[in-house]
Design a protein around this ligand. Sequence first.
Ligand code: ZN
Ligand code: ZN
Length: 409
Amino acid sequence: MTLDDKLSNYADLIVEVGLNVQAGQQLMATAPLEASPLLAKVTEAAYKRGVRYVHPFYNDDAVTLARFRYAPRDSFDFYPDWLARGMLEMLEGNGARLSITGNDPDLLKGQDSDAIAASQKGAQMALKPFMGKIMKDAVNWCVVATATPAWAAKVFPDAPEEERVGKLWDAIFKAVRADRDDAVAAWQEHLAELEARRTHLNGCRYSALHYRAPGTDLLLGLADGHIWKGGATRNDAGTTFVANLPTEEVFTAPHRGRVEGTVSSSKPLSYGGQLIEDFSFTFRDGRVVEVRAAQGEDALKRLLETDEGAARLGEVALVPHSSPISQSGLLFYNTLFDENAASHLALGRAYRFCAEGGTTMSDDEAKAVGLNDSLTHVDFMIGSGEVEIAGVREDGREEPVMRAGEWVF
Ligand code: ZN
Ligand code: ZN
């Protein structure tokens, strides 16, 4: 298969399996400039399915960097309201949303961390209603990646420069199964397996999960009426879609007030253009009371200070150590890929659909069942071949869920 064939396969997967765009919908895509060949193919496939209008929003790392270098110091919390309103209006008209990632993971290294934090908070505040709709799965949405030279240099620093982008494309195609002739059928099979896992876990009704690994002993309570999700999901209009390509996880909501003990990261976290390495959190009553990091501790502390919910957990996800991305042995420095290589947790906002009745609850009701709220949602990896996870029944009895990083059932 040529690169162009695989790119076409990938575009078809994004449009058919990821977004599953319907005739008459609008599609809005945000993407790095380098995603242009992929987005052109996505656009073509979308129009062939009857999409009425595709709008690309390209972003440019050089433009982002220029802001951090030269914009007025007091301007970083600014995010244009007109843009936030327009994006929301698009979703309210049953629009679909595609996000293509691939920006330089180290873009903001060395930039003022106050400015980075302010720009993130400004965008999060302005986009809160927009993200609220996404987090409720009100519309069909999908996050995917494109290879870029800066990202490829980070993943393959030792490869000759001219080979890096091709190597990264190969890794992406493998992870999303776009290197297979029967890519769509392969996805159907994969999605059926994820559905079987989440159905099993939903039947168990565990009150908590108990994690044991080097540097980790964590008792993680699950939200009342929690629902395990994973693979395909359904939006308000009844359209089935897959929010992340790749996706290997089944996940649910922890209880915001019932997490005790210490958990250590198993992979670095690339956050806000900075790399945070070898870190751990200690929780009491669901809240982080201690944080340590060999690198990037300052960025991590700022993340925790975003708001009250940023120091609590909003997601718990299980991924077997044998997942194709984990087996690639690569560190992608991109959450979309790295989170699918390993079991992970997320600080911040919980997905409302991870609890029974969650999407129609008031904020107070959601809090009462243990769903966390925050402006932020940041995944960090804790899975490895050494993690033991037990499910804790209501009466305290523990039974194995994962042994040495693999599913027991
Ligand atoms: Zn996740
Ligand atoms: Zn997450």
